[in-house]
Design a protein. Structure first.
Length: 349
């Protein structure tokens, strides 16, 4: 889950707006409302919550601010200690509506035994990682039914745990900090049945989230491989076909002035200032809602990893190459099934 700085550019719209028809089934209206609430929470409530304490501290509500910071002080380590997942929250009907909007579907290509611990590498990041959040961050797509005995923990940035509403929600969903100590805690708390899920491309990869673009930021991302070796966690490549189709991002080729500015901002603030367009509640041409496009999340076969207390660079590099090969094969084996032409290749940078 990455915070996004949103800049909407009306000039990119066509001269005519495409409006949603009035005679659509009720379930689709409900799904659109759910997506609106989710996006409103991410882009409005979440951002506003950063500013709210600064506003309330100078009002008669200042005791609430003090109380929250006291709570935050004592609860600070929760995201690094497995959070406090609630099966009730993860199984809300809300999340099933969320997943059905696109729809998000989990595709299982191999058995994943609950006798081991795992690190799932999720690709691509997309603009806001809609697919993997629905499939693993909740039970909206039926993860536990597809992979019984596996308890997933989706990693996210520490900044997402700072605001009251978002912190309460994502800790209840079982999200954990993406920090190394947090991941190690999950992999060491049980000897089996744990799956840490990392969107490996991060903020940099979000800038490459374009339709028909399959560029992954992975070549220099080797920390997850080292963690897998140190903890004996098996690796599972995961590819979300359709993730890059749910928003339209303004063209920002590598080397362009727009990309240069975006990269500088990302380096300073830690999140990607993605310039994107979606749809609205009552139109298909302009807004913040994602397009209703299918996202098929394909889980590959586990790569067996033997525990190594102090892995060498060569061991890390060897396993990283093995992972990249497995990910590329997963993409090539499934791309035509999901409407991608045979000549399209996965590019790892």
């Amino acid at each position: 889950m990455t915070l996004i700085a949103i800049v909407l550019i009306p000039a990119t719209l066509k001269s005519t707006m495409r409006f949603a028809p009035l005679n659509v089934p009720l379930h689709r209206r409900i799904e659109t409302a759910v997506i609106f609430l989710h996006v409103f929470n991410m882009f409005v409530i979440h951002v506003f919550s950063f500013l709210l304490p600064l506003i309330l501290i100078f009002t008669r509500f200042y005791p609430l601010v003090i109380a929250y910071f006291i709570f935050l002080y004592y609860d600070w380590d929760t995201p690094a200690k497995g959070s406090r997942p609630s099966e009730w929250v993860r199984n809300w009907t809300f999340w099933k509506r969320f997943a059905n909007y696109f729809p998000v579907k989990i595709v299982k290509t191999a058995e994943i035994s609950p006798e081991h611990n795992y690190i799932f590498g999720s690709h691509p990041h997309g603009v806001i990682s809609c697919g993997i959040n629905a499939a693993v961050g909740t039970e909206g797509a039926g993860f536990s039914k597809t992979f019984p005995g596996i308890i997933p923990s989706l990693c996210t940035l520490n900044m997402n745990f700072l605001t009251p509403v978002m912190r309460l929600l994502i800790t209840s969903l079982g999200y954990i900090s993406v920090a190394k100590e947090s991941i190690e805690y999950q992999l060491k708390r049980d000897t089996h049945g744990r799956a840490v899920v990392i969107v490996l491309g991060g903020a940099e990869e979000a800038l490459d989230a374009h339709h028909d673009n399959f560029t992954l930021t992975l070549k220099s991302r080797k920390g997850f491989v080292k963690l897998a070796l140190e903890n004996g966690a098996h690796l599972v490549p995961v590819f979300s076909f359709g993730e890059n189709d749910v928003y339209t991002q303004i063209r920002n080729e590598r080397g362009s002035w727009i990309r240069t500015v975006q990269t500088k901002i990302k380096e300073i603030l830690g999140f990607s200032p993605v310039l994107f367009l979606g749809r609205g509640i009552f139109n298909y041409s302009f807004g913040l809602l994602p397009y209703r496009k299918p996202i098929n999340i394909v889980f590959g076969a586990p790569i067996s990893v033997e525990k190594v207390e102090d892995p060498t660079r060569e061991q890390v590099q060897e396993l990283h190459e093995k992972y990249c090969e497995a990910l590329t094969k997963l993409f090539d084996d499934n791309k035509t099934v999901y409407g991608i032409s045979e000549d399209k290749k996965l590019t790892i940078v």
